[in-house]
Design a binder for this molecule. Structure first.
Ligand SMILES: [Fe+2]
Length: 153
């Protein structure tokens, strides 16, 4: 029994979740505008959720014989998410729209994870991808509601 594709997807998620948490942290620091008082602490919650998922994904990868990326350099090189140097010239809506893109990307990644773990018969990883996608999609809905549009799912 080999879980090769599932391992690769779990490790991709390790890199992307790490980078997503960094993008949320930048939002926490650089946001300006209406909503700051509730959105600033909300970013702490989102980071906690991403980091919890990261830990579960990473430990499942180790459990099935893989080696999770664990350095900032690996996260940066392996993640498909891109970052920009922080600036104070973006509106709150622009920042939330960027986060919605990031969450949409993660939702799509977990969809791929569901497919490969199903194909390889790795039910626990399948459950992890399912839980992760549920939580990411719920946040995506909230981000889009805050922006003032319907969910894009
Ligand atoms: Fe803070």
């Amino acid at each position: 029994m080999t879980y090769e594709k599932t391992q690769a997807l779990l490790n991709q998620a390790v890199a992307d979740l790490s980078k997503a948490a960094s993008i949320v942290h930048q939002t926490h620091w650089y946001m300006q505008g209406p909503g700051f008082f509730y959105l600033h602490p909300k970013m702490d919650e989102l980071m906690d959720q991403l980091n919890e998922t990261l830990d579960v994904v990473s430990e499942r990868l180790i459990t099935i014989g893989g080696s999770p990326y664990s350095t900032l350099k690996e996260f940066d090189q392996q993640s498909k998410l891109s970052e920009e140097v922080g600036t104070f010239d973006k509106s709150m809506t622009q920042r939330l729209e960027r986060l919605a893109e990031v969450y949409r990307y993660l939702s799509d990644l977990f969809q791929e994870g569901l497919a490969v773990s199903d194909e390889e018969g790795d039910d626990p990883s399948n459950g992890i991808f399912s839980d992760a996608q549920d939580s990411i999609q719920k946040t995506l809905w909230m981000l889009e509601a805050e922006i003032g549009r319907s969910t894009s799912l």
